[in-house]
Ligand binder design. Structure first.
Ligand code: YH5
Length: 291
């Protein structure tokens, strides 16, 4: 990274359409999967209702953002068509905006999905492909919304094959994000709108994930907010030998460490426990004296 890349601290507030998101302290993004393999496929009434109730519960537990995803990025998951993704995601975005006035981010790489949800009041774009699909940069630029740029090599399906990097993983991630930031700025997306994410679990070995987390603070040199998503991921499962339903304690430890290393957004399934873990961690980091 060149010295000119090292800029000021990130802005403490993200402008997310009609919402402002204060990230002067770490905040939680609650995961709302709307895929058929999750409990709440948004495509029918029961699914929509379940999604709404789950989002409501996450907001009550302190989530600042609800991240809606209609494409399963799990290894081996079937590729979703654009129409399927629209059918799953759009009704849920609409309902969360209308019924809950929630700050909604949408986990999508599809420019068509982005365009639809932007028109329906979404406040943030979360793209695991970092706006690399044709047309995505332009749609995101026109939206004026914050964008999370995540590092991933290849596609979710073939990710395990791609972990043989020529440089240390933290260098690979930093170089990738530097290039994506430059492309975004060229497309008219100002730095103030960008959020960076190393992409835990995406084309990385467990060792690479652990090293990335331990060195997460390196990414603070970009002067942009950092997002970390490790909730329930296999890095926990593999280190602790736990099935997915027993990964919360490990995930809380990782979230705490991510906050210590500078993360301001934590993408999690278990909102209540995560809010407590990061607030406790933050109190220590602030040395909250007047308590
Ligand atoms: C992320 O890190 N991840 S989808 C496998 C699991 C558990 C969870 C059971 N979208 C991220 O959550 N967006 C996803 O093992 C994301 N950062 C951002 N920005 C994968 C996921 C998961 C996968």
């Amino acid at each position: 990274m060149t010295p000119s890349m090292k800029s000021r601290a990130p802005d403490a507030t993200l402008s997310c359409g009609r919402h402002r998101l204060d990230i002067s302290y770490p905040r939680v993004m609650g995961i709302l999967n709307v895929t058929p393999d999750s409990f709440s496929d948004g495509g029918n009434f029961d699914g929509l209702d379940a999604a709404l109730r789950h989002a409501e519960a996450m907001l009550a537990q302190g989530a600042a953002v609800i991240d809606i995803g209609g494409e399963s990025t799990r290894p081996g998951a079937a590729e979703v068509t654009q129409q399927q993704e629209l059918d799953r995601v759009v009704p849920v975005v609409e309902a969360l905006v209308r019924e809950l006035d929630a700050l909604v981010s949408v986990d999508t790489s599809s420019p068509a999905v982005m365009r639809e949800v932007i028109g329906r009041g979404a406040g943030m774009i979360n793209d695991v492909r970092a706006l690399r699909r044709p047309g995505a940069l332009e749609v995101a630029a026109a939206s004026g919304l914050p964008v999370c740029l995540m590092h991933m090599v290849g596609e979710p399906g073939d990710m395990q094959a791609a972990t043989d990097y020529a440089e240390p993983i933290e260098q690979v991630v930093a170089n990738f994000l530097e290039a994506r930031i430059a492309d975004c700025e060229k497309a008219g997306i100002r730095r103030e709108r960008l959020i960076l994410d190393p992409g835990f679990g995406f084309a990385k070995t467990v060792g690479q994930n652990l090293r990335l987390l331990n060195r997460l603070n390196n990414l603070n040199d970009f002067g942009l907010p950092l997002l970390a998503g490790m909730s329930r991921k296999s890095m926990i499962g593999k280190v602790l030998d736990r099935p997915v339903e027993e990964r919360l304690p490990g995930g809380l430890a990782l979230a705490s460490l991510a906050v210590e290393r500078g993360a301001r957004l934590l993408r999690v399934h278990d909102v209540g426990p995560s809010v407590d873990a990061i607030n406790m961690t933050w109190a220590v980091l602030q040395e909250d004296a007047d308590r």
